[in-house]
Design a protein around this ligand. Sequence first.
Ligand code: ADP
Length: 439
Amino acid sequence: MSLPKRWASHLLQLGTWVAAALVLGATFGRPGWWLAAALAVWLAATLYKLYDLDRVLDGEQARSIVTTSGLWAELLARVVRYKDKAAARKKKYHRLLREVRESTGALRDAGVILNSQNEIEWFNVAATVLLGLEPQRDIGQRIDNLVRHPDFVEYLKSASDRVIYIPAPKDPSGRLSVQVIPYSRRQRLAIFRDVTHEYRLERTRRDFVANASHELRSPLTVFGGYLESMLEDSEIPSTWDGPIEEMQRQVDRMTRIIRDLLELSRLESMEGQASHDFIDVTGMLKTIGKELSQAVPGLTLELDLDESTALLGEETQLHSIFYNLMNNAIRFTPEPGRVDVSWKRIPGGAYFEVSDTGVGIPEELIPRVTERFFRVDPGRSRASGGTGLGLAIVKHALHKHGATLRIESQVGTGSSFRCDFPSDRVVARGSARQAVVQG
Ligand code: ADP
């Protein structure tokens, strides 16, 4: 290891100083005293320079060492350089911090950083407006103590990152969308967005559809009644039988569309999850199966049911799911085809599946079949009594039960529609029945 130049010259200075003391000691006698005196002067000078350096570190002007050269001057220059660099870095971080603060402050969405215990670590200005949070009071508080809506509390526990909607804490008639996403290894970021405007527009649309459908129901019932009496009226010439029957079919179709529109808007306007009533799934599926197979004797309808498994859910919605899927399978399967219905318990829940050997759905259209009024073949759908709303109702009703829909299909080979129900909705048929009887 080579000695830096500044150290070499510093040691040389010390050596010269000691040598001079020894020479003076040899010349005038008492070399020990001369040496001690020389070292004391050197030590005093060093202490003074150290003191000066300490003052420079404190931000004061150097007095002795600025003028010196060699080791001390270099040390001072390095210290000043590091100090300037640190000051520049500090300034840069301050500026960055101010920019981040300004940009998050300008955001209209509320951002809240949560730790692994769901305690608030930081939030932006919008969070004070949308959620009523206050920095002094709420940093360190659990967010579910401040935003208490049950859907949010459930969502927070679930570790899911889907978007949910809750009433605004400061104005329950408003709506917030909420999404919680991983932020760092032990933090999550909750983003709240005010969607009150979109929510009100959507509610107006929903109300309009519901009201219009409701208003159309009575005139249609009157039409239907008159058409029925006209068919039975012997004074009307029989040449009118065909047109009257066609009118009756169209009135029936409109009645079905209105019934489905009303059911869909009821599902859409329902807050929260479906209720947890005990549903005897096998009993329900057998009844639907019997009703449908009588209508199409040329098809084979097989039920493979797990008799010991039942569901906790809402009866009308579950009936709608099972009926629509089984009815579709039958309507889109030409005779002599086959429809298989399964109801099975599996680890993590239970599933209901309907498979058919019917016409199938082109792969690119599978994601669209749950859209309202979307039909692969509108003529075929109408001819078989379809409204184009069945799968939209199925999708909504499944969502209300925390269940998912999986569709697989191949044109000309057939389709399968599988609904997976979560374990908290699945119960043993016997035990649930007992609970209901005891309850
Ligand atoms: P629809 O009243 O027309 O049956 P749905 O919403 O129930 O309305 O279904 C939408 C479309 O999805 C249908 O028109 C049909 O094209 C397609 N589809 C649904 N179920 C099946 C099936 N089992 N096999 C083939 N196509 C199907």
